[in-house]
Write a protein that binds this ligand. Structure first.
Ligand code: GAR
Length: 219
């Protein structure tokens, strides 16, 4: 079976990147990371990548005049890699419409909320302030509208009285680290297929997001 080729884009710690690397090294994910790209040269995730012998590309966005200039360079770098999917894993910079349209529908993002709730930043704090009892994470296809593309899968957890933004972030990470490698493995198996018009899972068009918590028995 052919490996899927990935470019992983990060801005920070890269714990999701680490989960993807671990899944590949444990043969749970039939993929190759062609490069890890960061818009922040100091991102810890780049060190993680180097420790595993991966190619890293640091493109410092502060050195570019405009978002469009930066994204043109980013797009060129990704094009040269010839990857199947672009995986946003804590990439915290808004992407320009032209770059997103260029890669659509093959760019995925992981977002720490139950979309469409809490697009943007500070999702855990906002869920707490709203008194939500339930919170979670979503993996979606990237479209030009921020955090608004079709959702493939969500994972949920409950918010307890003692929770704070940090504990919610930990719960979110625990789910994310299982969900992202799993979704990528489904893509490599073609169990999950993404076309410009629809998401197909197990030969059926997806009419609503999959729920990770109901899929505990899925390998
Ligand atoms: C993750 O929780 C991810 O959901 C979030 O950033 C974190 C990155 O953690 N992404 C977003 O908020 C995107 N809007 P990591 O660097 O440890 O993988």
């Amino acid at each position: 079976m052919q490996k899927i080729k990935l470019a992983v884009l990060i801005s920070g710690s890269g714990s999701n990147l680490q989960a993807i690397i671990d899944a590949i090294e444990a043969d749970r994910l039939n993929a190759e990371i062609c490069a890890v790209i960061s818009n922040r040269p100091q991102a810890y995730g780049l060190q993680r990548a180097q420790q595993h012998g991966l190619r890293v590309i640091a493109l410092d966005h502060t050195e570019y005049e405009s978002r469009e200039d930066f994204d043109r360079q980013l797009q060129q770098q990704i094009d040269e890699l010839g990857v199947d999917y672009i995986v946003l894993a804590g990439y915290m910079r808004i992407l320009s419409r032209s770059l997103i349209e260029h890669f659509y529908p093959n760019m995925l993002n992981i977002h720490p909320s139950l979309l469409p709730r809490y697009q943007g930043l500070h999702t855990h704090q906002r869920a707490l302030e709203n008194g939500d009892r339930e919170h979670g994470v979503s993996i979606h296809i990237v479209t030009p509208e921020l955090d608004a593309g079709p959702v493939i899968i969500q994972g949920k957890f409950s918010i307890q009285a003692h929770d704070n933004a940090d504990s919610l972030q930990q719960k979110a990470h625990r789910l994310e680290h299982q969900m992202y490698p799993l979704v990528l493995q489904w893509l490599s198996q073609q169990r999950l297929q993404i076309t410009p018009d629809e998401i197909i899972f197990d030969h059926q068009p997806l009419s609503r997001p999959l729920l990770f918590n109901d899929l505990k028995d899925v390998a």
